[in-house]
Design a protein around this ligand. Structure first.
Ligand code: SAM
Length: 255
């Protein structure tokens, strides 16, 4: 089977793999569990100066990436693996969610377009049927940091990248729209602060109930938007209820 394949279209290929070359993602990359190519948009630039941008029609500050240049870069990326979705990173896009991450991670990979300056000519975004995705309601100076965020979130879900120790089964958003419960470790008492008693009980059902209640409380208090959506959630998982977890081999994160 071919590895999950990401191609990043960027004016700054030297930014990759960057943080994706370290830790779990980096190990997965070196072990061939996924593949990353950074394609320099400037290689598809026009003329002797390899020009990639021009001034915006209608006026205004900044420069816009040309559609013909971006289209050529997309064509080159897709020539090798045409079934991958094209994603344009933009603050105008749909907010990135764990559900989108799961969808992308379950596919063959992705081609990620990183804008710079004012952004990308909208015609190529639409002509290529790109999925426009934002990593948050703020403006970055370029799409590279956004691409790294999206790739990090996808790659950790690929089979074999996370070990059982870093299980994704119970973390935030794993069970629908809930944030995760808080974590504690030794010492059981630190600076006069004790770990919640339920966690010291050794009673799986009680721990499960406490964690579920804390996850609900955190979501209700911190993210009323998620809490409102939570009404339609699926029933709690075995882990949330404190029942015995599924055998390792049956878990999605098992290597
Ligand atoms: N003029 C654009 C606007 O106001 O929407 C901002 C352009 S920004 C300076 C340059 C590039 O950074 C964008 O084309 C996009 O690729 C990337 N970018 C900035 N913020 C982003 C975000 N929140 N999510 C995804 N990509 C972002």
């Amino acid at each position: 089977m071919t590895a999950w394949h990401a191609t990043v279209l960027t004016l700054f290929p030297e930014m990759f793999p960057g943080p994706l070359g370290a830790s779990l993602a980096g190990r997965g990359l070196r072990e061939g569990l996924w593949r990353l190519d950074a394609l320099d948009i400037r290689a598809f630039g026009i003329g002797r100066h390899r020009s990639v941008d021009d001034t915006p029609f209608g006026g205004g500050a900044g420069m816009v990436l040309r559609p013909d240049v971006v289209d050529a870069a997309c064509g080159a990326a897709l020539a090798e693996a045409p079934d991958r979705p094209l994603v344009a990173l933009t603050p105008r896009g749909e907010p990135l969610t764990q559900s989108t991450v799961r969808d992308l991670a379950a596919g063959p990979g992705a081609v990620l377009l990183c804008g710079r300056y004012e952004g990308v000519d909208q015609r190529v975004v639409e002509a290529r049927g790109m999925r426009e995705i934002s990593v948050g309601d703020y403006v970055l100076s370029g799409g590279e940091a956004a691409a790294i965020v999206l790739l990090d979130a996808c790659v950790r879900l690929l089979p074999g990248v996370m070990g059982a120790a870093e299980s994704a089964v119970e973390e935030s958003f794993a069970a629908g729209d809930l944030l995760e419960y808080p974590h504690y470790t030794r010492p059981a008492e630190w600076n006069g602060l004790r770990v919640p008693e339920a966690l010291l009980s050794g009673h799986h059902a009680e721990i499960g109930r406490w964690r579920r209640a804390e996850a609900e409380r955190a979501t209700r208090e911190r993210r009323p938007d998620l809490w409102a959506r939570h009404a339609g959630d699926p029933p709690p998982t075995a882990a949330e209820e404190g029942r015995a977890p599924a055998p390792l081999a049956a878990r999605p994160d098992a290597a």
